[in-house]
Ligand binder design. Structure first.
Ligand SMILES: C[S@@+](CC[C@H](N)C(=O)[O-])C[C@H]1O[C@@H](n2cnc3c(N)ncnc32)[C@H](O)[C@@H]1O
Length: 302
């Protein structure tokens, strides 16, 4: 389980941004637009967008979406390209169950702890996560930018009366923001590394979260170990994932994720790593956030 020192580490991370900047590589300041440069004079700035467009910057990265469209038929093939997500699912669900039950004061031991709560699964793919969330009682909206994914998710969910209640839609987080939709929990697992503008994407996730709500994001750390394991091993040696699934430069470090969430009015409360045991073939929760990790945050009062 996640130990206390991880939370202390997080509190350090959420100190004022000036502290974090000193740890951000130059790369970050150019690639992710985190700049310490003084703002230009107001007269040099373009006029602000109308209020309804504030969150409408597109998160779509067409190259990434094409990759998912080309393998959409395989979402529910437990031995196919999405095998790592299938195998990881019980571990990520354990983290979601424990953090959200604590957050919403629900009993983690009951079969449908999320009864009465509205969740959105952003970048839901074929519904690998949406389905168990619905089985745990949540009213689930699953959205994905790839139409084929939504078709597969819908067809699969129809097989079970409980999951057939999931509301799947081919759209984006920013479009839901424009529609002024709100959810108790906003969940985006393994999506942020595939979007065009991670910081804008987080702003949309935050805008979709009801006051008092929660946000969960999982992704891969931009570390050397992640390059060696999540790319070289997973794509080129073990062939778990198609080659080119991940771009190392699109990964975020935990520090960067905390920072962009903080700038989106979300305070990260807890983080955990997912670690793979090659002997058992299973994933487990760990303090080690060096490769795969998940963050749980709460929306700040505005
Ligand atoms: C690695 S999959 C993760 C699927 C699912 N969240 C899970 O963990 O089981 C990434 C998904 O995000 C979707 N996606 C990528 N960019 C997106 C965006 N800007 N808006 C919505 N969905 C997006 C892709 O189509 C793909 O289905």
């Amino acid at each position: 389980m996640v130990r206390k020192h991880l939370i202390t580490r997080l509190r350090n991370l959420t100190r004022p941004a000036s502290h974090l900047h000193s740890h951000c590589p130059n790369f970050l300041q150019t690639r992710r637009h985190f700049s310490d440069a003084p703002p230009p004079p107001a007269s040099a700035l373009p006029p602000p967008p109308p209020a309804s467009n504030v969150h409408s910057k597109s998160s779509l990265n067409q190259t990434e979406l094409n990759k998912f469209a080309s393998i959409a038929d395989t979402w529910w093939d437990a031995e196919g390209p999405f095998k790592p997500l299938h195998v990881m699912n019980p571990t990520r669900l354990a983290f979601i169950r424990s953090t959200l039950c604590r957050h919403f004061r629900k009993d983690p031991h009951c079969t449908r702890p999320f009864e009465g709560l509205k969740f959105v699964d952003v970048g839901c793919g074929g519904g690998i996560l949406s389905e168990p969330l619905a089985r745990m009682g949540a009213t689930v909206t699953g959205i994905d930018a790839v139409e084929k994914n939504i078709k597969i998710a819908h067809l699969h969910a129809e097989l079970d009366p409980i999951t057939s209640s999931i509301d799947y839609c081919c759209t984006t987080a920013e479009k839901l923001v424009e529609e002024q939709r709100k959810f108790d929990a906003v969940i985006a697992l393994e999506v942020i590394e595939h979007v065009a503008e991670p910081a804008e994407f987080c702003k949309s996730l935050s805008a979709l979260t009801d006051s008092g709500g929660a946000i969960l994001i999982s992704t891969i750390n931009r570390s050397m170990r992640a390059y060696a394991t999540a790319i070289i091993m997973a794509e080129y040696v073990l062939h778990w994932l198609p080659k080119g699934t991940h771009e190392w430069s699109s990964f975020l470090t935990p520090e960067e994720l905390v920072l962009i969430l903080q700038r989106s009015s979300v305070s990260v409360q807890e983080m955990a790593g997912f670690v793979y045991n090659p002997l058992t073939g299973r994933w487990s929760l760990s303090d080690d956030i060096g490769v795969n990790f998940i963050a749980y945050g709460t929306k700040n009062n505005e």
